[in-house]
Write a protein that binds this ligand. Structure first.
Ligand SMILES: Cc1cc2nc3c(=O)[nH]c(=O)nc-3n(C[C@H](O)[C@H](O)[C@H](O)COP(=O)(O)O)c2cc1C
Length: 215
């Protein structure tokens, strides 16, 4: 048993918590069908985050119980005012999040924060996020993988009534992370993504039924 000391008297059994998640993840029937869109949270043209979002999308499609689609903030936020989304875009976003059991955001860190256009998009809705898990993938050219953006965005997610999950995937040094065919050079990220999906699926599944019944 692998134990981790979290203060002078309290230990958590890290092996056990990993094992519980993996057991559930291998039980595909448990999850049935979970709708979890992926949102690319930057509108910057030609950015690296688009490659990361494509990778997350590709890896997620390997699990049959996920119903997913890749959304781009640039397709929705065209009016730079709070709640200034065009009506048809606002309707589409509302429909997507009403149906969703959770959300993944892939976003870069800009000056230690999240992109402004991502915040405008998230601010568009409220009730539709309630008690749904959110997983965040950070992207940066530096070594930190967008960790400060992830931490900041989790606070926003809490205020939206979402459940930010513990796991995140930090895509650091993104300028050299992909080969010419846009494939990840470091395959360790595939395992990190699996663990991330694993936790997100667990929360999505566990919250789904009671959310529908207990208002
Ligand atoms: C306005 C701006 C601010 C940035 N701030 C940071 C930062 O705080 N930390 C960091 O590691 N990288 C920072 N970067 C570099 C990004 O990590 C880099 O652009 C990376 O490729 C991810 O973003 P992209 O999808 O726009 O390409 C910044 C880039 C821009 C354009």
């Amino acid at each position: 048993m692998q134990k981790e000391k979290i203060n002078s008297t309290l230990f958590i059994d890290t092996t056990k918590s990993e094992r519980i998640l993996k057991t559930l993840f291998s039980n595909q029937e448990f999850y049935m069908s979970l709708t979890i869109p992926i949102l690319l949270g930057t509108a910057r043209e030609g950015g690296n985050s688009a490659k990361v979002a494509q990778t997350v999308f590709k890896e997620m499609q390997k699990y049959e119980f996920f119903e997913t689609e890749l959304l781009k903030v640039s397709d929705f936020v065209t009016v730079l005012k709070t709640q200034g989304m065009e009506e048809k875009n606002a309707d589409t976003w509302k429909k997507i999040m009403t149906k969703a059991d959770g959300l993944i955001v892939v976003a870069p860190e800009y000056n230690h924060g999240y992109p402004g256009e991502l915040k405008l998009m998230l601010d568009q809705l409220y009730d539709e996020y309630y008690r749904k898990p959110i997983g965040i993938c950070g992207v940066s050219a530096g070594s930190m993988g967008g960790v400060r953006m992830v931490e900041a965005l989790r606070l926003v997610a809490l205020e939206l009534g979402m459940v930010p999950i513990q796991k995140a995937v930090y895509f650091s040094e993104v300028n050299t992370l992909f080969d010419q065919s846009h494939e990840l050079k470091d395959k360790l990220y595939i395992q990190r993504l699996k663990n991330f999906f694993d936790e997100l699926a667990w929360f999505a599944k566990v919250l789904k039924e009671p959310r529908g019944k207990l208002k």
